[in-house]
Write a protein that binds this ligand. Sequence first.
Ligand SMILES: Cc1ncc(COP(=O)(O)O)c(C=O)c1O
Length: 463
Amino acid sequence: MKNRKMFNKKYQRREFLKQSSLAAAGTFVAMGMTSSLFANNGNDAGLPAILGGQPIRTKGWPVWPQWNPETDEKRVIDDIRSGVWSRGALVTEFEEKWASAVGAKRSLVVVNGTNALITSLVQLNIGGGDEVLVPPYTFIATVAAVLATGAIPVFVDVDPETFQINPDKIEAKITSRTRAILPVHILGLPANMPRIMEIAKKHDLIVVEDACQAHLAEINHQKVGTFGHAGCFSFQNSKNLAIGEGGAIVSNDIEFMDRCYSYHNYGNPYGTLVGTVGAGTIMAGTKLRITEYQAAIGLAQLKRLDDQTTTRNVNAEYLKSKIKNIPGIIPYKLYDNVTRAAFHLFPFRYKKEDFKDLPRKEFLKALVAEGIPCSSGYQTINNMPFIGNAFQSKNFKRMYSEDLLNLNKYDEQNKCPVNDRLCNEEAIWISQNLLLGSKSDMDDIARAIGKIQTNADKIKSKL
Ligand SMILES: Cc1ncc(COP(=O)(O)O)c(C=O)c1O
């Protein structure tokens, strides 16, 4: 129980922070509701726990983030004692190791994924007057990053089977103002990069990959984040490589990476960006450096990322095989060329018509009561007020015509009905740390879903 309590406490806090500060994520149904008084009697067909029956599971789940004092702490403590806290050798080592882990020539570590995206876009000269194509099934930061540059996000609806941007719908959204595509490997499942790169090439568009949830995911054995001009990662606490806060840009374009480096360090000259001796700072930059002790934490986490990714893949595949034949449950699909996913989340679609019309939120409550933490995922982002807020800003009003900032027209042009259905009715997430459990843990998840399916009418009748 101790583990479970620890997990629940951390989990709730993390989700609370995520949701209260950035309202894009859906609500993870409250954890720890199941009573410790009940033991699992293995009777799947019994009364659902939400109706007072015995929960499938009373044990906890693997904690996140993981920390092993014996192997992880020495470098952090040595650094703290050394007093070298600002950017130095540890950050450089982490950058080199991250670049090598994803197979990119260079990596720059910055304060978070949001600023990795902003830096990449700005250094690829995207800004006022430009349009950037984005999927609506994403975290708010993807869209906020586009707005922060002064560009307008244009939404391309998603493929419901993969949850990713639908390549078939990209070209219809390209206008004379389109400068870039920002595909997101959402939930840690790869977007269809070969198709996206083909379209980008045809229309001469820049591609920045939001791989903030997709550490070590691969298409044809090539890591995501390395297909486009730049790839961006997040090391926020919930991510598969967790530092607390942190982010990275990866690219094979050395000059671009030098510009990003300068930008993250007040605009001071770096690498190919040497400037004139004595002329001082040459770029209008900002400051986005992480600390040495953050890098020491990142280096410790990086050591276990590959093994954890393998475990998540094995368990996700097994869990998928166990639930795919349950009526009303449609697990995620990976594109054929995906050789590895990151599974930041394990997603499936819920069809309430196969659950006696039991609303999704009641299904989620019933699943939580069985001891399985789960969530409805994202809310629709394409009509959130922050976009209108940006359009009302002084900068946007100076950069764009009234017509382009007409929110009714924008909303009309940015409708994404497939995404609306995913967000409002169908999507269900199980968090990555559950996938770090055992095969029998996956069996518990599958049995709990099956139990609710069997008892859907009973649950419905008590609403
Ligand atoms: C898809 C996506 N993009 C961008 C970000 C932003 O990363 P960060 O929280 O590190 O700024 C996140 C983080 O949650 C994310 O999930």
